[in-house]
Design a protein around this ligand. Structure first.
Ligand code: HEC
Length: 144
C-alpha cells in the first residue's frame, strides 16, 4: 500500500476513536427526567422497613451527623420529615409535589438539586425507577 494512504487511514482511525470517546463521555451524564416513575403498588410501606435501607446506601453519607448537607438529616424519620434549612421536602399524601421525589428522579434541569449529586466523590449512584416508585408509595401512604 502507498505510505501516504496508510498514514491518512491511521489519522482517520485515530480521529474516529477520539470522537467515540467524547461521545461515550457525554452519554455517561444523566439527563433531566421528563416524568416521574410511577408509584409502587406495594402496600404498608414504612420508613423503618423500606426507606431506611435505601437512604442508608444512597443518602446518609452526606445527610447525617453534626453537619448534614443542607441541614437535612436522613438517618431518622423525624429528620426526613423536618427537611432542609429551607423546610419540608416531603408532603405526606402527595409524592408528585414532594421535593424529595423531584430530587431523586432528577426532575427539572437544575442538576444542582439532583440527589445523590452527579459525579459525587463517593461514587454513589442514582436511584433506580423501582426505588423512586417505592419512595413515592411511602409518601402517598402518609410517610409513616
Ligand atoms: C455525596 C454527598 C451527597 C449525597 C450522597 C446526597 N446528598 Fe443531598 N445534598 C448534598 C449537598 C452538598 C447538598 C446541598 C446543596 C446545596 O445546599 O445547595 C444536598 C442537598 C439536598 C437537598 C436539598 C436540595 C436543595 O436544592 O435545597 C435534598 C432534598 C437532598 N440533598 C436529598 C438527598 C437524598 C434524598 C439523597 C439520597 C438519595 C441525597 N441527598 C444524597 C450532598 C449529598
Amino acid at each position: 500500500m502507498h505510505p501516504k494512504k496508510t498514514s491518512l487511514k491511521l489519522a482517520v482511525a485515530a480521529l474516529s476513536a477520539l470522537f467515540s470517546l467524547i461521545a461515550v463521555g457525554s452519554a455517561k451524564d444523566p439527563k433531566p427526567a421528563a416524568t416521574l416513575p410511577p408509584a409502587s403498588t406495594q402496600t404498608g410501606v414504612t420508613y423503618a422497613k423500606d426507606m431506611k435501607p435505601i437512604f442508608e446506601v444512597s443518602c446518609v453519607k452526606c445527610h447525617q451527623g453534626d453537619k448534614p448537607k443542607a441541614r437535612l438529616k436522613m438517618d431518622t424519620l423525624e429528620g426526613v420529615l423536618k427537611g432542609t434549612k429551607h423546610g419540608a421536602i416531603v408532603i405526606p399524601g402527595n409524592s408528585a409535589k414532594s421535593m424529595l421525589v423531584e430530587s431523586v428522579a432528577y426532575l427539572g434541569s437544575d442538576s444542582e438539586s439532583w440527589m445523590p449529586p452527579i459525579h459525587n466523590k463517593a461514587g454513589i449512584k442514582q436511584l433506580t425507577p423501582e426505588q423512586i416508585g417505592l419512595i413515592r408509595a411511602w409518601i402517598d401512604q402518609g410517610a409513616k
